[in-house]
Design a protein around this ligand. Sequence first.
Ligand code: ASP
Length: 330
Amino acid sequence: MADIRLVRDDLRPPTAPRRHLISIADLSRDDVERLLATARSLARSLEREMKKLPTLRGRTVINLFYESSTRTSSSFELAAKRLSADVMSIKAAGSSVDKGESLKDTALTLAAYDPDVIVLRHPHIGAPNLVAASTEAHIVNAGDGKHQHPTQALLDLYTIHEQLGRIEGLHVAIVGDVLHSRVARSNIQALTLMGAHVTLVGPPPLIPRGVEAMGCEVSYDIDTVRAADVVYLLRMQRERMQEGAAFVPSLREYTARWGITPERLRPGQKVMHPGPMNRGVEIDPRVADSGEALIVEQVRSGLVVRMAVLYDLLTRGPVEVKAAVAGEVA
Ligand code: ASP
């Protein structure tokens, strides 16, 4: 099958009392199709001059970020605002976390405001589960250590589908520091769930052993990227590398052997990167600025996909979103 299946009008999100988005593994193929269809409908609302929808009026979204972020935090904030929710964005630096407050106590403090959704980014794997257990809010994982970054994977699926017209049957090469990448883990799961073929490409120390069990292939030869429809680049995540561990001899050598230059690509291959990019390291500036790079489209997709995620957790799914976009629901 060459395309995403159409979502039936009566297909509703599950009615479990309090749903979260912590891992791509929590989602079925129908869930992903529903979220992408909702994002597509919401994208239409952003084409208007008046871009705000009233649908989450009176709801509260808290963004709690314990790690730096530009794209994810700004797009969750704008997504909540575009849906008329009240939104608070808290960064660990400058908050009581600096004074030694634990994640659990911060969560309990914020829970006193009865938030509907807490969007959490944290360096520790499992932090979203801890907040889910300590509050009544729906939790959205905006990145936990090297474990998961589910909204990144969803926005990548959305971008691929919008740009290439399908996901099923495509070949995606994920290149670079897979070992420390939550983006790679989420994307391998999401792409294989939707029927794409994934090859991980990089130096052996940066590819986790046994990762093929996730349903992907592994190659230690950079030339294999030429076989892919989409080349997805990862940043060298030095902040997550163990101190003193030498995964590659030097960044210069990494760039020479694994950096993506125009010469290493075939004409027409699409290039993606979750950001932040290290120009001149994993990506040649000529590739980053080329017409085949979908990096700005990924950021644009992030807004509508995060709107869809908030919407899906708090409302009744595609039926309501269609009505809202058509201006029928206040
Ligand atoms: N922004 C992505 C993340 O938070 C990718 C990266 O940092 O390289 O995981």
